[in-house]
Design a binder for this molecule. Structure first.
Ligand SMILES: Cc1cc2nc3c(=O)[nH]c(=O)nc-3n(C[C@H](O)[C@H](O)[C@H](O)COP(=O)(O)OP(=O)(O)OC[C@H]3O[C@@H](n4cnc5c(N)ncnc54)[C@H](O)[C@@H]3O)c2cc1C
Length: 375
């Protein structure tokens, strides 16, 4: 176990100086991280939930409620599967309760879940509108955007639950694949692309499920040489980079084109919504709105880079470190090619404040300097 104040460089990197292994060596340019290359610091909150996301339909006080929230750090990854399954749940509830047929729908939330839900519902002939407390500068905009799962599959207990969650994962993979191949009817090819994904030797990639199904290539052990005198042993996969800003822009365009009403409004209670069908895509708002104690904010910090070309790879390494209070925490480091590149990240559970923990930015930069050997 590592002690407080122990150097992260020691914590994280001493075991990965190589060179003599008989592995392919891949030369990668590192990002520039000196002061003039730092654009801005971003703090945002993942809408987490203990166990896994809540994807469920219920009838409460005569309202048909479909919940879709709590995907934490994989909301973009699992977007399509979650939205599609939530619509399937609506339709199976309507089949059992025909009184809800042809009733107008209100979607609460204008993040990626709410927007895609409204678009797909409208395409299926529903009369739908969106209400959201906030429409711009959401977690859905600030997210990095690399495609990798989360613990939802691992946490699924029964075979039935595993199949259900697995389906969400597969549908989501197929969605991005069709976008990346330029085959998707709604999203253009520049919204998602397949890029190299380098994962720490001992880090879980969260895409092994897809490898097991033959949808993604198995990992190739490699040595990465940053040309700085630093080499790292990693596993090379490929995954999607999701351009979340383009996706959000495109979804807003579709909402305009389809004349879907979108209003900025805080919803204190489902009773305040006149529609008898509600999709709850309120992310962290579900703690109050749905009275869900399992909702768990997870604070993240990102450093956006500037004045440099975007590097076409994702790097991800997970490790344990020690926080300011001496607690051992799950921690991770990543580079994602969003805009001109970003460095992350932190994973601070139960921290729901958008006030930055400034020391976290310094930690991310220290890690990046050590990692790429660009001190
Ligand atoms: C640092 C960071 C990096 C990330 N990187 C990735 C990544 O690389 N890949 C990935 O897959 N995922 C990533 N994520 C996770 C992803 O961003 C989220 O899971 C996803 O954006 C959640 O979307 P959402 O629509 O559920 O929630 P949000 O985008 O949070 O939207 C919630 C909406 O609900 C509204 N709302 C809430 N309460 C109310 C209320 N009471 N009344 C009315 N409206 C309400 C809000 O105003 C908002 O419009 C990252 C997240 C963070 C923080």
């Amino acid at each position: 176990m590592f002690k407080k104040n122990q150097s992260l460089a020691l914590l994280f990197f001493t075991h990965v100086i190589f060179g003599s292994e008989n592995l392919p060596v891949i030369r990668l340019a590192p990002p520039r991280i000196e002061q003039e290359y730092i654009d801005k610091h971003v703090t945002c909150i993942r809408p987490g939930r203990n166990g896994r996301f809540n994807l469920a339909a219920e009838i409460k006080d005569n309202t048909l409620l479909v919940h879709n929230y709590g995907a934490s750090g994989a909301g973009w990854t699992l977007l399509f599967g979650l939205v599609q399954e939530s619509i399937n749940q609506l339709e199976s509830m309507i089949e059992k309760n025909p009184i809800y047929q042809n009733q107008p729908v209100c979607v609460i939330g204008a993040g990626c879940m709410g927007l895609l839900t409204a678009i797909l519902l409208q395409e299926r002939g529903y009369n739908v509108r969106i209400v959201a407390e906030q429409i711009e500068d959401l977690t859905s905009h600030t997210a990095g955007g690399f495609f990798s799962g989360n613990s939802s599959l691992k946490n699924a207990k029964t075979v039935q639950e595993k199949n259900f969650v697995g389906n969400v994962w597969i549908e989501s993979y197929n969605f991005y694949k069709s976008i990346a191949q330029g085959l998707h009817p709604l999203f253009s090819k520049d919204c998602a692309r397949f890029i190299p994904y380098f994962v720490g030797k001992n880090t879980e990639s969260y895409i092994e499920f897809y490898v097991g199904l033959g949808l993604m290539q198995p990992p190739l052990p490699v040595i990465i040489d940053f040309g700085t005198g630093t080499q790292r042993e990693m596993k090379q996969y490929s995954t999607f980079f999701i351009d979340v800003l383009k996706m959000m822009e495109r979804m807003h365009d579709l909402i305009d084109q389809k004349n879907i009403d979108i209003q900025q409004q805080f919803v204190a209670s489902f009773d305040d919504v006149p529609e008898s069908i509600i999709f709850n895509c309120s992310g962290l708002g579900s703690k109050e709105l749905a009275g869900d104690d399992q909702v768990l904010p997870v604070q993240g910090h990102l450093i956006m880079l500037k004045n440099q070309p975007t590097l076409e790879y994702v790097i991800y390494e997970e490790f344990e470190s020690v926080d300011q209070n001496g607690n051992v925490i799950e921690d991770y480091f990543y580079y994602i090619p969003k805009e001109q590149g970003l460095l992350g990240g932190t994973f601070i559970k139960h921290e729901g404040s958008l006030t930055s923990n400034h020391h976290e930015f310094a930690r991310i930069l220290d890690r990046a300097a050590d990692y790429f050997g660009v001190k």
